[in-house]
Design a protein around this ligand. Structure first.
Ligand code: PMV
Length: 324
């Protein structure tokens, strides 16, 4: 049996359908070429060790019998609970050291927690000779996310497992890989860290107070996702941009945009973008835009002028994989 393995998984960006996807509507998500890496080594004693300097966890160590209990530092949660869930499910109790490293900052909202969870589950699956299929990797990883966050659709977990562009419905009820080689996305980071769970709770509250209105918004978002899926296959960036604008209007109605994001979006549109929207829960993180090729530099400069940072990513990215 191998004693050491390194696995990587991609980050993600939500293209269309955030929030609605939590309530059984489809979304479109793309994996991005910025990856998370995890190395898992088998040790001789009875401890779990974690070294994740990117999230300020260094030389963290606890007995296997205490996995998931006591004070778990924020940066260790997803890895530790993933190991706990995996060991419980497959009746394992082996000492391991996990080291993680990311191509991207955990501040961007690229799904570093989900990508690291998927890396750990895949690494353990290969290390212990289980060779789990995609859906099994998804299910254990998604359970881990729910154990920690209490809610969430799992779209980020699916992007890390499958890569590429996916049409996805809550909990992996539908995971449909779409054959889209690459998207000319412009990504602008707002510099504001979004609190995904707080925003989901905020939208839930809005829905409790106005169930009809929010369900109507979700239905409209579902229509946008349907049309976007058709346009994606045709590289019709202009139509997709228009759909991004419509999706953004609905996200504003859900109350999840913020002035910084609104300003970055207006600037991108004034500079000639076909369309722009926030990506993810809202409240910060990134915007995604589509623009004609000759306007891309102008759009990027306009976003920078509003205080955004351009993050160069490519899509059509490969799935979770073993590195060595
Ligand atoms: O904030 P992010 O990038 O994790 O995106 C959250 C998207 C939601 O639809 C609001 C939640 C979810 O789990 O689908």
């Amino acid at each position: 049996m191998n004693k050491r393995i390194t696995v990587s998984a991609p980050g993600k960006l939500m293209l269309f359908g955030e929030h609605a996807v939590v309530y059984n509507h489809p979304c479109l998500v793309t994996a991005v070429d910025e990856r998370m890496y995890a190395t898992v080594e088998i040790l001789e004693d009875k401890n779990f060790e974690l070294h994740a300097p990117d999230v300020k966890v260094t030389d963290y160590k606890k007995p296997l019998s205490e996995l998931g209990s006591g004070e778990v530092p924020k940066g260790a949660k997803f890895v530790e609970i993933a190991v706990k869930n995996f060991f419980e499910k497959y009746s394992l109790n082996t000492s391991i050291r996990v080291s993680t490293k990311s191509d991207f900052s955990s501040e961007f909202g690229f799904g570093s927690s989900s990508a690291s969870t998927v890396c750990i589950v895949k690494a353990l699956s290969e290390l212990f000779g289980l060779h789990l299929g995609d859906k099994e990797l998804f299910d254990i990883s998604y359970k881990t996310v729910l154990d920690i966050q209490g809610k969430g659709s799992g779209f980020d977990v699916a992007a890390a497992v499958y890569g590429g562009v996916l049409r996805f419905v809550t909990g992996g009820k539908e995971i449909e890989p779409l054959n889209i080689p690459s998207l000319p996305l412009i990504v602008g980071y707002s510099g504001v860290k979004a609190d995904t769970v707080a925003l989901m709770n905020q939208v839930k509250e809005l829905s409790n107070n106005n169930p009809g209105m929010v369900e109507e918004i979700y239905q409209e978002i579902e229509g946008i996702v349907r049309k976007a899926r058709e346009s994606l296959g045709k590289n019709d960036w202009q139509t997709l941009g228009g759909l991004m604008n419509k999706n953004q209007e609905l996200l504003v109605k859900l109350g999840v945009s913020i002035p910084k994001i609104d300003n970055m979006i207006s600037a991108a549109l004034s500079a000639g973008a076909y369309g722009a929207k926030l990506s993810g829960a809202g409240g910060g993180d990134c915007i995604v835009c589509l623009a004609p090729e000759e306007k891309q530099t102008m759009v990027e400069n306009a976003i920078i002028k509003e205080g955004g940072t351009i993050i160069h990513v490519s899509t059509g990215t490969r799935r979770v994989r073993t590195e060595k």
